[in-house]
Design a protein around this ligand. Sequence first.
Ligand SMILES: Cc1cc2nc3c(=O)[nH]c(=O)nc-3n(C[C@H](O)[C@H](O)[C@H](O)COP(=O)(O)O)c2cc1C
Length: 197
Amino acid sequence: MKPLPFLFLLLTRWGSSIYPIVLAPLTRSRSFGNVPQPHAILYYSQRTSRGGLLIAEATGVSNTAQGYPETPGIWTKEQVEAWKPIVDAVHAKGGIFFCQIWHVGRLSNRDFQPNGQAPISSTDKPFSPQLQSSAIDVAHLTPSRRLRTEEIPQIVDDFRLAAKNAIEAGFDGVEIHGAHGYLIDQFMKDQVNDRTD
Ligand SMILES: Cc1cc2nc3c(=O)[nH]c(=O)nc-3n(C[C@H](O)[C@H](O)[C@H](O)COP(=O)(O)O)c2cc1C
């Protein structure tokens, strides 16, 4: 007989007391003005079970991080305060709550950027046909501006501060969003990153 997977064992044997379920991060686009809203208390607490891990929707590290409508941030005091009751509600039901911190980089357009500036990235080269055949509508993306070498430490610092803010808001940890073609991925992928510095 094949051994049962550990997760399955936990679910079936201890299912009534421990639900080691993970909620994947899911962008909701309901954080008006990039501030988490009180209705997220209900949303996240409904998805909490004792011992379960929830990863919050991708949450911007700065005012250049956004690329989708009404996504939350965690770079201002107001945002940190708005997260607190949401985190408290998850903790009250025994959940473990991580904040996913992100920066979309070039997957953005001027409308999401301060002063209508170009989105920032590792590169300023145009999008590849590969991206154009994906679900993302490149017509809505503004060509990016390549970060200068001396600007990069500020972006690192934005992530550092966002992580610190997440802990202040009560989160148990952070997940750094380093995939899906967003800023960190733009630096990590040779197809996109054409830097020599
Ligand atoms: C509407 C929607 C929003 C998502 N938002 C995020 C997100 O904010 N951060 C993230 O890392 N993944 C996000 N994802 C990816 C999911 O977390 C998940 O990894 C993906 O749906 C694959 O999981 P599955 O194989 O269980 O469907 C999103 C997916 C969907 C469908």
